[in-house]
Design a protein around this ligand. Structure first.
Ligand SMILES: Nc1nc2c(ncn2[C@@H]2O[C@H](COP(=O)(O)OP(=O)(O)O)[C@@H](O)[C@H]2O)c(=O)[nH]1
Ligand SMILES: [Mg+2]
Length: 322
């Protein structure tokens, strides 16, 4: 989805920051001035390192308010939007608090009259800053897990229209995606299905269009769906610009025409307002069916299908071809 760096644990961040602290050496001063300069140098090394790391993490996560509703739903399914917001907020709190501590302790160090006052101010700032980081260690761990999940989730380009292919298992959805895509489809893993989702791209004129199939999702009736699947289907409603429903009239997929018809009825009810194109695949097997006759095996009817997709994208709300 997005390049998010590995999120370090609170201890790793502190180790990194204290390594910087140890490198601070003052050579051009002596006596208490040297002690004071070293202390302020160390404190700023500590707080700047930590705040730069935390700031990088906050910026690395996609902005939740601006993303495509489909991606937002996916993040909600896999990570939890509220938890993600809460953790990012906590990290921001830690960043600000570390900066505030630094400013206060800086003043104490500047006003200190003895070396021991300086070192006690410095030690107390080390302790306070470490404890702030330790307070958000759970949130850092959570963000690292979230990062792993988001990293593996393929992004959807919100500027490119999306054609979603639906139909019972084995009717040929993945083959169709492969046939109409200009390159090799990417097999993506999404949190709502254990099966790989194929995502291909096709070009119509100057426009790039995304095509995806939906294994485990739009391949059986919507009753008895679990919460995650329902949420994923809602996400698809945000995403789909055109729906292609695939029949296998040969029934070699293992599903009767009656079952396939019932699924179509469900999908029509769920995706109202989204142009629907009905195709019958495997026409090479000689069994005619509804809609456009195609064969993903020998390419028959593929040009027709592309034409209909083109028309449906032009007219969004109105096209219904079946
Ligand atoms: N005869 C024939 N078989 C096809 C055609 N399209 C797909 N198949 C076969 O149907 C099976 C299921 O195809 P697949 O694309 O994986 O279906 P999906 O589960 O809907 O994605 C595979 O064995 C394909 O080779 C076709 O046009 N003609
Ligand atoms: Mg498939």
């Amino acid at each position: 989805m997005k390049d998010i760096p590995t999120i370090m644990t609170s201890q790793e961040i502190l180790d990194k920051a204290f390594r910087r602290v140890q490198k601070v050496i003052v050579t051009d001063q002596t006596g208490i001035d040297k002690t004071r300069s070293e202390a302020t140098g160390r404190l700023s090394a500590l707080s700047h390192t930590i705040s730069a790391v935390l700031n990088k993490y906050i910026r690395a996560f996609p902005s939740l308010d601006q993303m495509h509703p489909f991606e937002r739903e996916l993040i909600d399914i896999s990570v939890g939007l509220d938890d993600l917001r809460h953790s990012l907020g906590a990290i921001d709190w830690a960043r600000k608090t570390v900066e505030t501590i630094q400013k206060k302790e800086f003043a104490r160090i500047r006003n200190a009259r003895t070396r021991s006052e300086i070192s006690s101010a410095l030690n107390s700032s080390y302790g306070r800053i470490s404890s702030v980081l330790n307070k958000v260690s759970g949130e850092l761990d959570f963000l690292n897990e979230a990062r792993d999940k988001l990293q593996n989730m393929p992004g959807i380009n919100p500027n490119e229209p999306v054609v979603v292919i639906a139909g019972c298992p084995n009717v040929g959805k993945s083959q169709i995606v492969a046939r109409i895509s200009s390159g090799k489809p990417e097999i993506a893993s999404y949190p709502f299905t254990t099966k790989g989702v194929s995502i291909g791209h096709l070009h119509i004129g100057y426009d790039r269009i995304q095509v995806m199939d939906t294994p485990g999702l739009l391949d059986r009736e919507l009753q008895k769906r679990n919460k995650i699947e329902l949420q994923a289907i809602a996400a698809l409603e945000h995403l789909a610009d055109v729906l292609v429903y695939v029949f296998d009239p040969s029934e070699t997929c293992g599903y009767s025409l009656e079952t396939q018809n019932n699924l179509l009825l469900h999908i029509k009810k769920t995706f109202t307002g989204i142009p629907l194109i009905v195709v019958s695949n495997k026409c090479d097997l000689g069994v005619p069916g509804e809609g456009i006759q195609i064969s993903a095996r020998d390419d028959r009817g593929m040009e027709d299908l592309l034409d209909w997709i083109k028309k449906a994208l032009g007219k969004r709300e109105s096209a219904q071809i079946s």
